[in-house]
Every structure is written in structure tokens, then in C-alpha cells.
Design a protein around this ligand. Sequence first.
Ligand code: FDP
Length: 301
Amino acid sequence: MKTLLNYLEESGVGEELTHVVISLADCVKKIADSMDKSHDGKAGSQNVFGEEQLALDLIANEIIVYEMEQNKHVGIVASEEMEEEKSVGEGEYGVCFDPLDGSSLVDVNLSVGSIFGIYKTKTFFGVRGDNQLASMIAVYGPKTTILLTVRHGVCEFLLRSDGEFVLTRENLQVGPGKMFAPGNLRACSKRKDYLKLLDFWAENNYTLRYSGAMTPDVAQIMLKGKGIFTYPGYDEQPDGKLRLLYECAPMALLMEECSGMATDGNLRILQKDVESLSQRTPILIGSSEEVQRAMDMLQNG
Ligand code: FDP
């Protein structure tokens, strides 16, 4: 079976980017290991031995920052768990990440994820998703998997029990099909257009698949090859909740590499400039057919 390293070597992306992706895959292994059965994911809780635990999202953050400090090709990191970007060395690569997306679901044992965007940059201010050299998400569920793009399509890798990531699916494609994952339903109380879109999905026999964590919700669209995930804004929260740099831009690159679309309702997510690290954006992401329909039916994301 082809390993992640075999795949990267064959893809011709070069030794440096290969090294960065492999370091991130090592982080995913360590994060998966930290989700031991006694951990409920919350800070201040104790494990079965009565030891104090850090929240899992902080542990995941520490794992990634440490690994990136060890990688000579990485110069800067930014994390949803940190207020500022952090210099980690002299390398040319910048890695941004949400270390544990959906962390509020750990205690109820639903799937969660990690999200990574890889750039060649010394700062994340002013970058746009289109500048990413690669992006990757990890899903921690019944299996630990990675979906990766180095801009040659999207592949899935499975973490085997021997610690090796092996290629399980390649050239993922997203096309027509009736599946929806509707985030931020609170917006319906203020937005009749979003309620109308929901009615459309319900009346037309779409399958509802929504877990409450964006990473597994968007991963399933790429793996099932159909569907849409939405997280629009509304007047109290005009840009919604999801972060452009840490969540939406890496997901958007993956989705476009699967022939899908990702937009804020007006602009491709990948064309949006990062003006602040915590910048939020509405997002409609999935198959071109479904995203186009949502854009037509919604006023602005
Ligand atoms: P979480 O807060 O649990 O980390 O961005 C975070 C996120 O989860 C997404 O994974 C998820 O899709 C979204 O928030 C859920 O938002 P709501 O709380 O509005 O349902």
C-alpha cells in the first residue's frame, strides 16, 4: 500500500513541503493518541488516576507548535488557540491551524478534527487562501483519517494501527446529490431566505447530515461526493462564526480541488484577503450545483 511519504515523493512537491506535511501528520498521530479514553476534553477535569488535565484543544495546540518548532522549513505559525502569530524559526513556510475543531463534542464522543493551511510566507496578514501550497484536515472518529491536497486533487489517508498513514482514496470528486449540513439555523429567525433554502432541501428529499463539527461535516461531503455545508451570518453575527484563516480557507482549497465550490455568497473564499487573524466569514461549501443554488437563493451568504 502507498504510504503518505510515498505519495508525497511521487507527487513531486519537493523535499521541503513533504517534510512539513509529514510533520503535521505526526501531530495528527499524537493528537489522536491524546484522546485517551479517560479524557472528557475539558480543562480542569481529572483522568482515572486523579491527574489534572489540560483541555484537549490546548494539548493539540502545544503538540503542533512544538512539532513546527522542530521543523527547519517552518518559520511562522498561527493558531485559533493563540492571539498572535508566532515565529518558530527561519524556515520559509507558514502553517496555520485549528488544532481541534469541534472540541465541544469530545465529551459526547462525536467526531472532531484538525485543520491545517500551508503557505510560503513570513506573516499571515495579507495572505489569501489561493496562496496555500497545500491544505489538510484530520478527522478523529471511529478511524483517524487525513484528507490532503498538495494542489493535485484530494486524497484520503488512513492511520493504521502500526502508525503509518496509507492511501485509501484518491482524486475525490464532489458532484450532484441531495445532502445538506445546515449550520447556524438560528439565522432562520432573522433570515427568511435561509428558511426558504431549508424548506427547499426538506421538500426535495435531501438527506440531513449534520454533526456540529465542521471538519467531519465537510469531510463527509468530499467522501460521499455530494452535498453542501452552510454557515451564513445574520444581523447580530453578520460574518457568522467560522474563521477565514484557520477553518474556511483550508477547507475551501480542499473542496475546490474536489471540483466543488466555497464562497461567502459573493466572493470565492480563496480570494478573500486575511486582514485579521481571527477574521470570520460566512461560508457556503460543497458541490458546485448546491453552492450555486444557495447563492441564488440567499441574499449574501
Ligand atoms: P466548535 O465551536 O464546537 O469548535 O468553528 C467551530 C465549530 O465547532 C464548527 O466545527 C461547527 O461547525 C460550528 O462551530 C458549530 O457552530 P454552532 O455552535 O453555531 O452550532
